[in-house]
Design a protein around this ligand. Structure first.
Ligand code: MG
Length: 488
């Protein structure tokens, strides 16, 4: 049968992905620094090996045959997902892919250097090249309405520029109003942000917390890295990292909870999808909805503060109350750095990036104008202005990696997390479960509605099936209004 033959051929790709993921995880955690170049070489060869399998005549013939004969949901999904993933290799000439790789390899180093010196001009020529290559890629990948659509689709299947515009149009002014209202009476800082904590105690706290959340130690592990991430190596091997700072334990704790959300999604894919292209998270936006659900909806709730307060006292020796932990976890203040932003101001950071990316791709914004454009948008949205490039336009690594079209998925994640909360509360006493540390019903709900399906349905359809509606920014506004109603 075509299906079996195709999946057998695909298992080579699966094995390459497995090895690449393990190598990627290792390079951010335990790899000796001196091996970076050698590791890069090996990774590049594996990735071109993968490309040659996927674009081989044999694989493409099998794919065409399956396309003609697909007769059930699984086979139709297989065709859809492969069509989406193959587009990148089939429509982009190898020279363009190679040039992008070469450019981003240099750009990463230039970006790091530029950020250190806070000098955008050191990075600008590389970004110009990346924008030029991305525009060429968009033309070759194809789009219906806007060239930026082609790039969005790489991260969020089917997402269009007009969808993102609609999303932010619905969010922008109500959220601005909410932020002004909240800033009048809500804490903008908290003493625990300046309180040192013992690293060893924090490691034990994170482990105890993961235990309670339902971390599957037989198939998962946790380490530390410069920036927290989740690496999905296989269905039976999902790894997360967290980070530790000398003070402000919230950063470590909530990062751990966030990555747990990503890991659970990967781990809960139905085993019947194992080794197929359908196993794993369907898109970055849906993935981020899982991490944001655990981080924001669960981790920043009053009930969670009740639940976690005894652990803070036990492991960190910090005398505090659930009330203070809630205030501390939910400080709201306009800030310059996206990764440090609270849940109320966060989406403004994304709006700004989206507007800039769209402008760069359609040609209405030039790279050299970016520091000024960035700073004025920051002032317009959050009322603050970066005093240098490193806390402004140079803060994120994404553009240096060639990832244009990625940022909007973060906002999709925060919105969908609020939709999940609303839907889940119709069926589960969410607050009570969190307060009791009884997370199993929450995990089961997510698994049943979202996780087990892997990539079987496109993001839009998955949302319709799981939540009865597509992306709905009003759920996020409602969540913010409900939570920040009165002084904590
Ligand atoms: Mg994430």
């Amino acid at each position: 049968m075509v299906r079996e033959e195709l999946l057998k051929e695909y298992s080579k790709v699966w094995a390459i992905n497995y090895a690449s993921a393990l190598m990627g995880w290792d390079s951010e955690t335990y790899m000796p620094e001196g091996s970076a170049k050698e590791r890069g070489e090996a990774s590049a060869i594996l990735s071109s090996l993968k490309q040659s399998i996927l674009t081989s005549q044999r694989f493409l013939d099998l794919f065409e045959k399956l396309k003609e004969s697909a007769s059930d949901d699984f086979e139709r999904a297989l065709v859809r997902v492969l069509e989406h993933d193959l587009k990148y290799y089939l429509r982009l000439p190898p020279e363009l892919i190679e040039e992008m790789e070469r450019t981003t390899n240099e750009a990463k180093i230039a970006w790091r250097n530029a950020k250190k010196r806070s000098d955008f001009s050191l990075f600008a020529p590389y970004l110009e090249k990346i924008v030029e290559l991305s525009r060429e890629a968009a033309e070759r990948l194809g789009y219906e309405e806007h060239p930026y659509d082609a790039l969005l689709d790489l991260y969020e299947e089917g997402l269009k520029t007009s969808d993102v515009e609609r999303m932010f149009d619905e969010l922008r002014s109500p959220l601005k109003k909410e932020l002004q209202r909240i800033l009048d009476f809500w804490p903008r800082e908290h003493p625990l942000e300046e309180t040192p904590y013992p690293r060893e105690g924090m490691e034990r706290l994170n482990k105890a917390l993961l235990d309670a959340l339902g971390f599957q130690w037989d198939y998962m592990r946790v380490d530390s890295s410069a920036h927290p991430f989740t690496e999905n190596i296989g269905l039976y091997d999902v790894r997360i990292t967290t980070w530790y700072h000398p003070k402000d334990f919230r950063r470590s704790l909530l990062a751990t909870v966030h990555e747990f959300g990503h890991a659970l999604y990967e781990r809960n894919c139905d085993p019947s999808l194992w080794k197929t292209p359908l196993c794993g998270g369907v898109s970055l936006g849906i993935h981020e909805s899982q991490s944001r659900f655990w981080e924001n909806v669960v981790g920043r709730s009053r009930a969670f503060a009740d639940f976690v307060a005894p652990m803070v006292r036990e492991y960190l020796n910090i005398e505090t109350s659930p009330h203070e932990i809630f205030r501390y976890f939910n400080v709201v203040r306009p800030s310059l750095i996206r990764v440090e932003a609270d849940e109320v101001t966060y989406n403004f950071h994304i709006m700004l990036r989206f507007e800039i990316e769209k402008g760069l791709i359609e040609g209405s914004i030039e790279v050299r104008e970016l520091p000024e454009v960035w700073n004025s948008k920051m002032e317009e949205y959050l009322g603050i202005r970066p005093s240098n490039d490193s806390e402004g336009v140079l803060q994120d690594i994404h553009w240096s990696l060639g990832a244009i079209g990625y940022f909007p998925t973060y906002s999709i994640g925060t919105i969908v997390a609020a939709q999940i909360k609303r839907e889940m509360e119709r069926e589960l006493p969410l607050e009570e479960l969190i307060r009791e540390g009884n997370f199993a019903p929450i995990r089961d709900w997510l698994k049943e509605r979202i996780h087990r399906h892997g990539r079987l349905y496109p993001p839009r359809e998955l949302l319709r099936r799981a939540l009865g509606e597509e992306l709905n920014p009003s759920a996020f506004i409602e969540y913010i209004r409900g939570k920040y109603r009165e002084a904590p």
